[in-house]
Design a protein around this ligand. Structure first.
Ligand code: SF4
Length: 668
């Protein structure tokens, strides 16, 4: 019997209209866990580097995490993996909500799409009955609207729907997949869904999931629930409000936006507005949020309520959470009323709330600087907010300049030329980042930005505080109940971290400590992404309920796999390395591992090189960032080194790179 997982994937060939239920190998679960781990294995095995994002051979994998559908609180993530049209590297975007557990209850761990449907279709997965159905009547419909129409059409109010909007249909490089209570937004996975001709995947499942040791498992789940209650009643002192608790940053509950509005950048990630948050603004924004926020909502099996339904006057209701509350507002230099209203359109169109506003602000900056002209913006309104609506419409329809902008700032800048590249200044590996510009280099964040292959900084941060506490006594209080650390040394790292002087940024945490911290944070994210756990209860917040000490117990009792901390760390390292290997085989190298040039004002080139050198070594990568033969062997990934040797990426007797390449140059 298989525990926690169903042991079956749905393989759907859209070109031929073929549907297969395929039993999976339990050994793969032991080696790669599930979710992101097994997705990476499938992509490595079946999508060679020659396959372009929009080729029929590219796969689009929707995976429930290993523990999704079990009673583990907050374990509800769908991990969507493919090759990104924007970065041309592996994309693995996550969505919360209810979709992944529903898929498990229907009897599948993953839905793997290949080929392309000649006409727009949707998939209807109703337990054992799976159909490819005509979706021509849904063409051009909004993502949330589509979900509602399909529930009515199928007479299935409880079905879970993952759908794309117009942006996905038109292959906008930052198109999202929306599913009511969450979305998988980063890296253009919605564009790949649109390219495959799939408007939506509807799932209804009513089966059970087996758990290996139910009594033990429920005890673990109860401990987690108890801890969540404790943490909610005892916010962490000494850190900014959004870092005090658990869950996704509680943006929909909070009214105090001083920190974001005065520290993050406005416009095209350019302008910091230090005195923005006045009493008057606070009052107005509070009124706006109170007026439009209709309900706080959670994902499946979670008490946290991180999201809210937003009902702007005269517009349909939609879901919002996290920092997308402010991204449109700040990009347009506007107010919250505008931000919440345009986000409704953006959600229906299905675009990423981080990239889309930056792309529009970038276009307007090019216009202000004469690189784009009136000819590029025929009939664009003269007011700033009107311009954003106008641009959003053009982008999702790929009309005129919108067709260029729909590829994101990196590709658009190259196409526009005439100095436009300087304005696409906030990318890592061709992908728009948080609009944040800081002063002093932070070595831990440098490594996360440079090497994080989720290619979105917020997704590998967490666990270790972002800044030192001013007083040692406060640091001592912080480490007292810090049982989540994988090793006691992390407590000392934090205790000795001072805001000024010798033990401060950029030379403290020192190079070795920075490597340890980044590795720990990254490991926790990768474990979450294989298990299907919400990062908001594990890898993202300080002192979370799930951590390296209780996860092995969850896997043992839940999936029936004999697990301990060492084995779990090794498994996470294995598929993390496999993700790297996929990207290396697609041309990514050291020169791609870099944060935006202007992310920090004070840069330290020698230190940055040393950080990369040491981190690469620590991870078992050579000086080009390529996993070495020896480290691949230790992880049981000899098949990767064999392929690297065959392709001339590694030489037979040596770990040195045989061929220098770059995702920046090769794929351009
Ligand atoms: S913590 Fe928030 S984002 Fe995470 S599963 Fe719970 S409700 Fe969803």
């Amino acid at each position: 019997m298989r525990y926690a997982e169903t042991g079956f994937n749905l393989e759907i060939d859209l070109t031929r209209g073929n549907i297969e239920r395929v039993e999976t190998d339990p050994k793969d679960t032991e080696l790669y866990l599930g979710g992101l781990g097994t997705n990476a294995k499938i992509l490595w095995d079946r999508v060679p580097p020659e396959v372009e994002p929009f080729a029929p051979e590219n796969l689009l994998i929707f995976s429930a995490g290993l523990l999704c559908g079990t009673p583990a609180t907050g374990c509800n993530r769908t991990i969507v993996s493919t090759i990104s049209p924007q970065t041309r590297l592996m994309a693995f975007s996550m969505m919360g909500g209810f979709w992944a557990p529903e898929l498990k209850y229907a009897g599948y761990d993953k839905v793997i799409l290949r080929g392309k449907s000649p006409d727009l279709v949707y998939l209807w997965i109703n337990n054992d009955k799976v159909e490819i159905r005509d979706a021509s009547h849904l063409q051009g419909k909004g993502a949330t609207e589509t979900a509602e129409l399909l529930r009515q059409e199928l007479n299935q109010p409880k079905a879970q729907v993952a759908a794309i909007g117009l942006a996905g249909e038109n292959r906008v490089y930052f198109a999202s997949i929306e599913q009511g209570r969450s979305s998988a937004s980063r890296l253009g996975i919605g564009a790949v869904m649109g390219d495959k001709g799939v408007k939506a995947i509807v799932v209804r499942g009513t089966k059970d999931i087996n758990v290996a040791k139910p009594v033990e498992y429920l005890e673990l789940c109860n401990e987690v629930l108890e801890y969540i209650k404790f943490r909610n009643e005892n916010p962490i002192p000494g850190v900014m409000t959004i870092l005090q608790g658990l869950g996704s940053p509680q943006e929909m509950a909070t009214h105090d936006e001083k920190w974001h509005t005065e520290n993050f950048m406005w416009g095209n990630s350019r302008e910091r507005r230090r005195d923005f948050w006045t009493d008057e603004v606070k009052r107005a924004w509070m009124q706006t949020l109170e007026g439009m926020r209709t309900r706080m909502i959670s994902c499946y099996n979670c008490p946290m309520k991180c999201a809210a339904t937003i009902s702007p006057p005269g517009q349909p209701t939609y879901m919002m959470k996290c920092f997308s509350k402010l991204t449109y507002t700040m990009a347009a230099m506007s107010d919250l009323d505008f931000g919440l209203k345009i986000a409704q359109h953006a959600t229906e169109y299905g675009v990423d709330g981080f990239s889309a506003p930056q792309v529009m602000a970038f276009a307007l900056e090019l216009y202000e600087n004469g690189i784009l002209t009136d000819k590029d913006f025929p009939e664009m309104p003269s007011d700033n907010e009107g311009r954003f609506y106008w641009l959003l419409d053009r982008i999702v329809r790929r009309e005129g300049i919108g067709d260029v902008l729909a590829n994101g700032t990196y590709w658009a800048a190259r196409e526009i030329g005439n100095g436009a590249e300087e304005y696409a200044h906030n990318n890592i590996k061709k992908h728009e980042q948080l609009p944040l510009k800081l002063s002093m280099l932070n070595p831990v964040y440098f490594l996360m930005y440079a090497t994080g292959e989720k290619i979105n900084i917020t997704q590998i941060e967490g666990q270790f505080p972002q800044a030192p506490y001013l007083k040692r006594e406060h640091r001592e209080a912080f480490v007292k109940d810090w049982f989540q650390v994988p090793d006691e040394k992390f407590k000392q790292y934090f205790l000795d971290w001072e805001p000024r002087g010798e033990n401060s940024n950029p030379y403290y945490p020192n190079v070795q400590m920075s490597c340890d911290i980044v590795d720990w944070q990254e490991k926790m994210h990768y474990i979450d992404d294989a298990l299907g756990m919400c990062a908001g209860l594990s890898s993202f917040p300080l002192k979370p309920p799930y951590h390296i000490h209780n996860y092995p117990k969850f896997i043992s009792a839940g999936a029936g796999i004999d697990m301990d901390e060492e084995k779990l760390s090794l498994a996470a390292k294995r598929y993390r390395t496999l993700v790297r290997a996929i990207n290396i085989s697609r041309g990514m190298r050291r020169k791609d591992d870099k944060p935006p040039k202007n992310h920090w004002k004070k840069r330290f080139p020698e230190l940055e090189e040393e950080l990369l050198d040491t981190y690469y070594q620590f991870k078992g990568w050579n000086n080009e960032g390529i996993p070495t033969k020896e480290s691949l062997h230790e992880l049981g990934l000899d098949y990767v080194s064999q392929e690297f040797i065959k392709r001339g990426i590694l030489t037979d007797g040596e770990d040195d790179p045989a061929k220098e390449a770059s995702a920046e140059t090769e794929q351009a």
